[in-house]
Write a protein that binds this ligand. Structure first.
Ligand SMILES: C[S@@+](CC[C@H](N)C(=O)[O-])C[C@H]1O[C@@H](n2cnc3c(N)ncnc32)[C@H](O)[C@@H]1O
Length: 220
């Protein structure tokens, strides 16, 4: 049992594939976390000209949602950054037409050192991810650096499910799942207008956290 829990936890922190990785992808990423991914993209009010980044996209549910706000002839584009080459492989297969049309760019990398220029993204989101970052403050500083003035960042979580996973030993590498700590780190990095919202009821309740970078949102 301990071996199983460790393998699930490993595939939540850094998916590596194999039979347990497949189960985690199919049952957790695609069939449990999907409402959080959709809600996070929704919170960002994505416009057709926006450059949008998702960090830790897993199989790409949120990327697909974000792409839905940007038409094929619009100037907007979606970027995905993932620490796991396995998840980049999976999302590349699932979202191939968007990559082929130049609307989506996927990269293996770490939020600790984002491979994008300063102020290059209008919207950034991440889901079930911040509690794996080596240094929460460095991660938030990087989000702030690559965000454009007036840009916004969002994350969502089903706190009941995350707590259940941690308490049950199935998410043993999650370091600090308290969103308060995350919000404090955002504030320290320079973000303003921090907001917590709730969506849904009971065990399906999703918490959304948003913040922005001071300035005028880009109009086109
Ligand atoms: C629990 S999974 C969540 C996947 C998806 N967002 C979801 O909610 O279903 C966490 C994901 O974040 C990625 N990740 C963890 N640490 C990261 C980091 N430092 N930089 C970028 N991605 C990271 C992992 O590879 C993994 O795919």
């Amino acid at each position: 049992m301990q071996h199983f829990k460790r393998a699930v936890s490993q595939n939540l922190k850094l998916p590596t594939g194999g039979p347990i990785g497949w189960l985690v992808k199919e049952l957790i990423f695609l069939r449990t976390n999907d409402p959080c991914e959709v809600q996070a993209a929704k919170l960002l009010n994505i416009q057709p000209h926006h450059q949008v980044l998702e960090v830790g996209f897993g199989p790409g549910v949120g990327l697909k949602e974000a792409l839905g706000y940007i038409g094929k002839d619009d100037p907007g584009k979606v970027y995905g950054l993932e620490l796991s080459p396995q998840m980049v492989h999976v999302a590349t297969k699932r979202l191939q037409p968007y990559i082929a049309s130049g609307k989506l760019q996927l990269t293996v990398g770490d939020v600790m050192n984002l491979p994008y220029p300063d102020g290059s993204m209008d919207r950034i989101f991440h889901v079930n991810c911040f509690y794996f970052w080596d240094d929460l403050h460095q991660g938030c500083r990087e989000l702030y650096r690559v965000l454009s003035p007036g840009g916004a960042v969002a994350t969502t979580m089903n706190r009941t499910l995350v707590k259940k996973g941690v308490d049950g030993g199935l998410n043993m590498y999650a370091r600090r799942t308290d969103p308060e700590e995350y919000m404090k780190a955002l504030e320290r990095a320079g973000f303003v207008g921090l907001k917590e919202e709730e969506f849904g009821e009971g065990k399906n309740k999703i918490y959304g956290y948003t913040a922005s970078k001071e300035g005028e949102d880009r109009k086109d």
